[in-house]
Design a protein around this ligand. Structure first.
Ligand code: PBG
Length: 319
């Protein structure tokens, strides 16, 4: 392995991250894996917190849907600028929030082993979506979850819901809504899986593309970062994300559009399911297919084209 220099206390590998509890947990997991893979001490890594536009809620009205603020790259722009400027060497991201293309000079080709892909049903009084009383209020700001829920239960009342886990739980306690959703992966990484009343199966609610996956970005020309990251890369996650992200890219979507997708590997075969919905949930189109494990990108693209060809003309009016 060619590496100009191993990182040490004098020349640590700088790990850039947002400052949210979940982002910090993901940065620490990355550092932990790098330490273990290379037998390096903690001082060889420095976690650098970077504030992003998406974190600056002072500028943003609390009830504004994220999609209206200009979603693409909202949480990544400042981090990528810091990396290009050399203030950080690698950046740890939730792949669910990552645009499908990276700025010139940066690559995103290292994935950690994927966490639980499912959505969590968070509710104080009921065990499942099906058990919510007629007309109950549900809080979510995710266009995908809102559309999926409206499709399944048109009787429910939807309200915007955001903030950290504690804020959301307080809202449930205050009766603002009877239930909400979070990603199981985030809860697990925070050690808060108890907050989930139940994990929702992908058959019931197909997760967002790349949900539960952490990706690590670096400068293309940084041989040291490349060699260090190579040892912690998870190839199965790469194959699954290739399929899901090609599906998303072909639909020109992002995590704030009503698009869901999940790839699973069984033996040497890859299974991909995709779903698109009207934002009001009045219509949903989905399909799945099996293919070769390394054929994910083509499968994702073809699945997207199939669904698009079946979609009525005005299906994507929300774009
Ligand atoms: N869009 C916000 C976001 N991005 C990643 C996660 C959770 C962790 C993950 O899916 O990897 C969340 C919060 C949520 O959906 O509950």
């Amino acid at each position: 392995m060619l590496m100009t220099q191993m990182p040490d206390a004098k020349s640590p590998l700088k790990i850039g991250t947002r400052g949210s509890p979940l982002a910090l947990a993901q940065a620490r997991e990355t550092r932990q894996r790098l330490m273990a893979a290379h037998g390096l001490p903690e001082e060889a890594f420095e976690i650098v917190v970077i504030k992003t536009t998406g974190d600056d809620r002072a500028m943003i009205a609390a009830d504004t849907p994220l999609k209206e603020i200009g979603n693409k790259g909202l949480f990544t722009k400042e981090i990528e600028e810091a990396m290009i400027a050399g203030r950080i060497d690698i950046a740890v991201h939730s792949m669910k929030d990552m645009p499908t293309e990276q700025p010139e000079g940066l690559v995103l080709d290292c994935y950690l082993p994927r966490e639980d892909v499912r959505d969590a049903f968070v509710c104080l009084d009921h065990d499942s979506i099906g058990m919510l009383p007629h007309g109950a209020t549900v809080g979510s700001s995710s266009l995908r979850r809102r559309a999926q829920l409206a499709h399944r239960r048109p009787d429910l009342e939807l309200v915007e819901f955001r903030g950290n886990v504690q804020t959301r739980l307080k809202k449930l306690e205050d009766g603002v809504a009877a239930a909400t959703f979070l990603a199981m992966a985030g809860l697990r990484r925070l050690g808060m899986e108890d907050v989930a009343r139940a994990a929702i199966s992908p058959e019931e609610m197909l997760p967002a593309v790349a949900q539960g996956a952490i990706g690590i970005e670096r400068r293309m020309a940084d041989a040291r970062a490349e060699a260090l990251l190579d040892a912690i890369h998870d190839i199965e996650t790469e194959h699954r994300l290739a399929a899901e992200r090609a599906f998303l890219a072909t639909l020109d979507g992002s995590c704030e559009t009503p698009i869901a997708g999940l790839a699973v590997i069984e033996g040497d075969r890859l299974w991909l399911r995709g779903e698109i919905l009207r934002p009001d949930g009045s219509e949903a189109l989905s399909d799945d297919r099996w293919g070769d494990i390394s054929d994910g990108a083509a499968m994702g693209e073809h699945l997207a084209r199939d669904l698009l060809s079946r979609a009525p003309k005005n299906f994507f009016d929300w774009r």
